[in-house]
Ligand binder design. Structure first.
Ligand SMILES: [Mg+2]
Length: 420
């Protein structure tokens, strides 16, 4: 036994001596990868918020979460009485709210809003929030960030777009997202046709596989539906497919080849989202572009996926990834490598408005963006866009902050959320 132990340590020591060839904390990387990483790391050091728009400190006095009939509003108040408002991702916030009120909001009180880039980095380690890295911590952070950006936009009299970048896109093209899993290929196709008819969009996305390895039902649905959708919509239609991590590498490649034959425009989440090496293996074998990132909570993982050329299109979700500043860093990393960004958007509240401001600021926006319908339950006025889909596109609002005014009487119905 003792001899075995000694041999083990001798071997380890030998390995350490030859350590130059066997680095312990990272695989050796090629020159090409090295060049990619240099570009990515340069981007990560660049500020996103245009601090220079603000000459004096904007000290945050209060960050409050309010709720009314399942609608969560975050209200940020500055020392000199300015207000910023965001509407949260209500599907998630009704079970994440204690994280916002206890672990996120207190951090921002007393801080200078002009330091938002730094604050978003620091809130991650505040009270060990990194232990919750996923949308558990990032949806609350995004909710507060959006309210602060609304506040800053109102002070600077600029839309959020121009606080985090420049206006690259005045209109946003949308694609209709749907989910007809479990329905026959024929029924799925009818549903897709109906939705495309409603928005007149020039692009569509449909679901293939079963979510995260569930069965593809009815059996064989995806492989039948892929050619059917192309045939039904013709060569002009832009077609995307989303597997929600439903395949292993072998099956993803087989189905991906079908997509290639049918000239699909991207294949989203072919394998489980945190199978990074497998995502790259699939990408290396296919010519249909591979998209992913909606579940990602880690900047470093996006860096890996881009540094290793594991994705063709990045899809951070601006709520799930912790807001516009972090998502812009991902978009800019992709841009540095000549890749587009097509953000994912979780469908609730005013998610589509945040998506539009973000996309408007992207130099590398994809041509079409996810759209899950307008919100008709929150009463607000938008003076700078009719917020209608016309010819598959929506005008991006250009007023200050989020560029809308929510009815005050509706805001007043909301009560402050308190937790134990
Ligand atoms: Mg998806």
């Amino acid at each position: 036994m003792q001899s075995n132990r000694r041999n083990f340590f001798t071997t380890l020591a030998g390995g350490a001596i030859g350590g130059a060839l066997l680095p312990s904390f990272g695989m050796p990387i090629s020159e090409e990868e090295n060049r990619r990483y240099e570009k990515l790391d340069k981007v990560l050091k660049e500020p996103v918020l245009k601090k220079e728009l603000f000459s004096t400190p904007i000290i945050i006095k209060e960050v409050n979460l309010l709720v009314h009939e399942g609608n969560f509003i975050c209200k940020v108040l500055s020392e000199d009485g300015q207000v910023g408002i965001s509407v949260s991702n209500n599907i998630r916030m009704h079970y994440l709210y204690p994280i916002l009120t206890k672990r996120v909001a207190p951090f921002f009180v007393g801080k200078d809003a002009r330091e938002l880039d730094k604050l978003i980095e620091e809130v991650y380690t505040y009270k060990s929030n990194y232990k919750m890295q996923s949308y558990a911590v990032w949806v609350p952070v995004a909710t507060v960030e959006f309210a602060i950006l609304d506040l800053l936009g109102r002070i600077a009299n600029k839309p959020i777009t121009q606080l985090i970048g420049d206006t690259h896109n005045k209109k946003v093209g949308v694609y209709q997202a749907n989910n007809f899993r479990g329905k026959s290929p024929e029924e799925s196709l009818e549903g897709i046709k109906k939705q495309v008819e409603e928005t007149q969009s020039k692009a569509l996305k449909f679901k293939v596989a079963g979510r995260m390895g569930d069965k593809d039902l009815p059996e064989g649905r995806s492989e039948q539906l892929i050619p059917m959708v192309r045939k039904a919509f013709g060569d002009e239609m832009v077609i995307y497919a989303d597997a929600n991590g439903g395949y292993d590498v072998k099956e993803a490649i087989r189905i991906g080849k079908l997509m290639q034959e049918n000239k699909f425009d991207f294949f989203e989440e072919p394998v489980p989202f945190d199978w990074y090496e497998e995502t790259k293996q699939v990408k290396d074998k296919l010519s249909v572009p591979i998209a992913g990132g909606e579940q990602e909570g880690s900047m470093h993982n996006f860096r890996w996926l881009l540094g290793n050329n594991g994705l063709d299109i990045v899809q951070p979700d601006i709520f799930y990834f912790g807001g516009m500043i972090r998502s812009m860093k991902v978009a800019k990393m992709a841009h540095a490598l000549g890749k587009p960004c097509v953000p994912h958007i979780s469908g609730s509240g005013l998610g589509y408005l945040y998506m539009m401001h973000f996309v408007s600021a992207l130099p590398n926006a994809g041509p079409y963006h996810e759209f899950k319908g307008f919100n008709n339950t929150i009463p607000f006025e938008c003076k700078t866009s009719d917020l209608k889909v016309k010819d598959g596109k929506i005008d991006v609002p250009t007023g200050p902050g989020l560029a809308i005014d929510i009815e005050q009487s509706y805001i007043d119905k909301h009560k402050k959320v308190t937790t134990l």
